[in-house]
Ligand binder design. Structure first.
Ligand code: ADP
Length: 641
C-alpha cells in the first residue's frame, strides 16, 4: 500500500508502538536476563552457603567427639595413679555427660596401665588377658562396662597404634548399630601404651539429618567418603549399605569421586528417588571423612528467580501497553486536530464557492499545526482583498462591455439602415439599367449600350459589397443565425456553377466541377453553404489569370462534406497565409485594387464554416496557385447562431 494512504494516526501508532516494543523488548530481555542471571547465581550461592553451614555444624560435632577422644588420651598419658576404678568412674561420667556418644573406652597394651593385669583376669569389664580394656557403652540399653573385643585385629585399635595419631574409623556395624569411632593413641614417654576412643551411633546423624529440610521439599543426607549413605530421610534401609555409585547416575558418580577426594561442589541431575530435577550440593565434613549433601529441587530453589522474572516480564508488558496507550492518545489528538482543520477548510471552500471569503479557520489548535490555519487565514485575507479588486475590475469591464455592445448595436443598426437605404435605390438602378440594357423599350446605340452595361455591372458590384458588409456586420454583432435544412449539395453547387459562367467565359478559364456527391441531401444552412462556395470560387477565378484553370472537388457524404477549390492563379506567400481570413485583409492593396473586393470574403467564409462547426484552411505557393478547403460535419449541425 502506498504510504500516503495510511492515516497519520496509524503511522504514529505503528511507529511509536513498534519503536517502544523494540526498545522495551530489548531492554527487558537484557535486564531480565541480567537480573535473573544474578538472582540465579545468588540462589546457587545461598544453597552453597546453606550446605557449608550444615557441614560446619556436623564438622563441629565431629571435632567435638574427636576432641573427647584426644582429651581422654592426653589425660591418660599424664595419669599416674593407675586406679582402674577411678578411671572407670571418669569414663562413665563422660558417657553420661555426652548423650551423642554410645560408647567411651580405653584399651591398654598388656600391663601398660598398672602392671597388674593378672589380678583382673575374668573380673567385670575384663577379658581373659586381664588387660585394662573398659568399654563403657549404652548399646544394650542401660549404661554398662565390658571389655573391648577384637582389638588385636580391628582397625580401631591397630590403626592408631600403627599411625600414632588420632583416627576416624569408617562407619561399621557393631552389634547391629552403624557406628563411627574416634580413636586417639595414648603415648607415654614417646611410646604407645594404648588407645582412648568414643563411638557415635550414626542413628544420631540420621536423626538430625532427617529433620533438616532444604526449601520446601528438598532434603539432606550424609555419606562417608567412600560414598556409603550414612543418613537418608526416607530410605532407612539404604543407611550403611547403599553407595552413591549404586544409583548408576553419571552425575551422582561424579559427585562420589569428588567426595572421595574431599572436594566440595554441586551437580545438576534427576533425583533417582523421585524423578525430579534437582541440584545436589556437597561439602566435606571433618576433613573429608564424610560429606554433607543438600538435595534441592531446582524449581523450588529458583522459585524466587521465577517470581522475579514474571514480575519483570509483567512490568515490561505493562510499559509496552502504557507506551502504546500514550501513542494512541497522541495519534488521536493529532488526528482530531487534522480533522478539525479539514472541517474548517471544507466550510471555507464551500463558502468560497458561494463567493463568501469571510469564513476563517480556527487557529486554536495544537502548536505544531498552528501555522497551517494562520497561513490559510492570511491567504483568505489576501484573497478577500483581491476579490474585491477583481469585482471592481469586473464591474468596470462589464460596464465597458455593455457600452461596447451598445455601440456595436448602434453601429449594426446604422449599417443595417444604411445598407437598406443604399440597397433600395441601388435595386432600382439595377432594375432600370437592366431593362434599358435588355433594349426592351427600344434599341440603344453603341455608346448608350456601353454606358448602360457599365452602370449595371458597377451597380451589381456595389450591391455585392453592401451585402458582404451587412453580412459581416451581422456576424460581428451576433445577429447572424444558422438555419439548417436538408438540401441537395449537388443543386447548390450547380447554382454556383451557373452563376459563375459569365465571368469564367469572360476570362477564358478552364473551370471543372468534380465533387463526389455520396449523399442526396445534407443538413446545413444552404444560403451560407452557397455563400462559402461562391466566395471561394469567385476568388479563385478573380486571382487566376486568363487561360488558367480552377477545379472544385471533394466529397459530400452523410457525415461530412469536404470541398476544395484549387486554382492556378497568383498564389499567396507564406507570411500572408495566416492573415487572409482576417476581415479587410488583402495581400496586395495595389494589385487587389485591380481585382476589386473588400477583404471581407474570406472572413465571412471562416465565420460561416465555424458556425457549422467546421474548418477552413488554405495551401498555396506564390505564383503556383492556391487550394482553399473547407470541411463541415453534416450529420450533427444544429441550429445555432
Ligand atoms: P477580397 O474581397 O479582396 O477578395 P477576400 O477576403 O475574399 O477579399 O480575400 C482576401 C485576400 O486574399 C484577397 O484580397 C487576395 O489577396 C487573397 N486571396 C483570396 N483568394 C485568393 C486566391 N484564390 N488566390 C490568391 N489570392 C487570394
Amino acid at each position: 500500500m502506498e504510504s500516503n494512504n495510511i492515516s497519520l494516526k496509524n503511522k504514529i501508532l505503528v511507529s511509536v508502538i513498534l519503536g517502544a516494543f523494540l526498545i522495551l523488548s530489548v531492554s527487558s530481555i537484557v535486564s531480565i536476563s541480567t537480573v535473573t542471571g544474578q538472582e540465579e547465581e545468588m540462589a546457587y550461592q545461598q544453597s552453597i552457603e546453606m550446605t557449608k553451614n550444615y557441614a560446619n555444624y556436623f564438622d563441629g560435632n565431629a571435632r567435638k567427639n574427636q576432641a573427647i577422644a584426644t582429651t581422654i588420651s592426653t589425660a591418660m598419658s599424664n595419669y599416674d595413679s593407675a586406679d582402674r576404678n577411678e578411671v572407670n568412674d571418669m569414663l562413665k561420667g563422660i558417657l553420661l555427660e555426652n548423650p551423642q556418644l554410645i560408647g567411651v573406652y580405653l584399651g591398654y597394651e598388656p600391663n601398660a596401665f598398672d602392671g597388674r593385669d593378672a589380678d583382673f583376669i575374668g573380673t567385670e569389664g575384663h577379658d581373659g588377658t586381664g588387660r585394662f580394656l573398659p568399654f563403657w557403652n549404652t548399646i544394650n540399653g542401660p549404661i554398662s562396662v565390658e571389655p573391648l573385643e577384637d582389638y588385636e585385629t580391628s582397625e580401631y585399635y591397630q590403626l592408631p597404634k600403627e599411625l600414632q595419631q588420632t583416627v576416624v574409623i569408617e562407619p561399621y556395624f557393631y552389634r547391629g548399630i552403624l557406628v563411627v569411632s574416634y580413636v586417639s593413641p595414648i603415648m607415654r614417654n614417646g611410646e604407645f601404651v594404648g588407645i582412648s576412643g568414643v563411638d557415635v551411633s550414626l542413628e544420631y546423624f540420621d536423626e538430625i539429618m532427617s529433620n533438616v529440610t532444604a526449601f520446601e521439599s528438598g532434603y539432606t543426607f550424609v555419606t562417608s567418603n567412600s560414598g556409603i549413605l550414612l543418613s537418608h530421610p526416607e530410605h532407612k534401609e539404604w543407611i550403611g549399605t547403599k553407595k552413591l555409585d549404586d544409583f548408576g547416575v553419571a552425575e551422582i558418580s561424579e559427585m562420589a569421586t569428588d567426595i572421595r577426594d574431599g572436594k566440595r561442589g554441586y551437580i545438576e541431575t534427576i533425583d533417582p528417588d523421585n524423578g525430579r530435577e534437582v541440584v545436589m550440593f556437597y561439602e566435606p565434613i571433618n576433613g573429608g571423612t564424610y560429606s554433607f549433601v543438600l538435595c534441592a529441587p531446582k524449581d523450588e530453589m529458583l522459585a524466587g528467580v521465577t517470581v522475579l522474572r514474571n514480575r519483570l516480564l509483567f512490568m515490561s508488558l505493562f510499559s509496552i501497553v502504557l507506551v502504546g496507550g500514550v501513542a494512541y492518545m497522541v495519534g488521536r489528538s493529532t488526528d482530531q486536530t487534522i480533522k478539525k482543520m479539514l472541517d474548517d477548510f471544507r466550510l471555507i471552500s464551500d463558502n468560497a464557492l458561494t463567493g463568501n471569503f469571510d469564513t476563517r479557520a480556527d487557529t486554536n489548535v495544537q502548536i505544531d499545526f498552528k501555522k497551517i490555519p494562520v497561513g490559510l487565514n492570511q491567504i483568505l485575507d489576501n484573497m478577500g482583498k483581491l476579490t474585491k479588486e477583481n469585482e471592481k475590475a469586473m464591474d468596470a469591464l462589464l460596464h465597458a462591455k455593455i457600452e461596447a455592445e451598445n455601440a456595436d448595436r448602434t453601429k449594426a443598426d446604422f449599417i443595417s439602415n444604411m445598407s437598406h437605404e443604399l440597397r433600395t435605390p441601388l435595386t432600382l438602378i439595377i432594375g432600370f439599367s437592366d431593362i434599358l440594357d435588355s433594349e426592351h423599350y427600344g434599341a440603344l446605340n453603341e455608346d448608350q449600350k456601353k454606358y448602360t452595361s457599365s452602370v449595371l455591372k458597377n451597380a451589381n458590384h456595389l450591391l455585392e459589397l453592401i451585402t458582404d458588409l451587412l453580412d459581416f456586420s451581422n456576424t460581428e454583432v451576433g445577429t447572424m443565425e444558422l438555419h439548417s435544412n436538408d438540401f441537395s449539395a449537388a443543386d447548390a453547387i450547380d447554382e454556383i456553377e451557373a452563376l459563375m459562367i459569365p465571368i469564367v467565359s469572360e476570362k477564358d478559364i478552364d473551370m471543372t466541377y468534380n465533387v463526389d456527391i455520396a449523399a442526396p441531401t445534407i443538413k446545413a444552412d444552404v444560403i451560407k453553404f452557397k455563400q462559402i462556395l461562391y466566395h471561394l470560387v469567385n476568388n479563385a477565378i478573380k486571382f487566376t489569370d486568363q487561360g488558367g484553370s480552377v477545379v472544385v472537388g471533394g466529397k459530400v457524404s452523410d457525415e461530412s462534406l469536404h470541398i476544395f477549390v484549387k486554382d492556378t492563379g497568383v498564389g499567396i506567400s507564406p507570411e500572408n497565409l495566416d492573415k487572409l481570413f482576417n476581415p479587410f485583409y488583402q495581400v496586395d492593396a495595389s494589385s487587389t485594387r485591380g481585382y476589386g473586393g473588400t477583404g471581407l470574403g474570406l472572413a465571412l467564409v471562416r465565420k460561416f464554416v465555424e458556425m457549422h462547426g467546421g474548418e477552413v484552411w488554405v495551401e498555396s505557393e506564390l505564383g503556383e496557385g492556391s487550394t482553399f478547403t473547407f470541411a463541415i460535419p453534416t450529420d450533427q449541425v444544429a441550429d445555432k447562431e
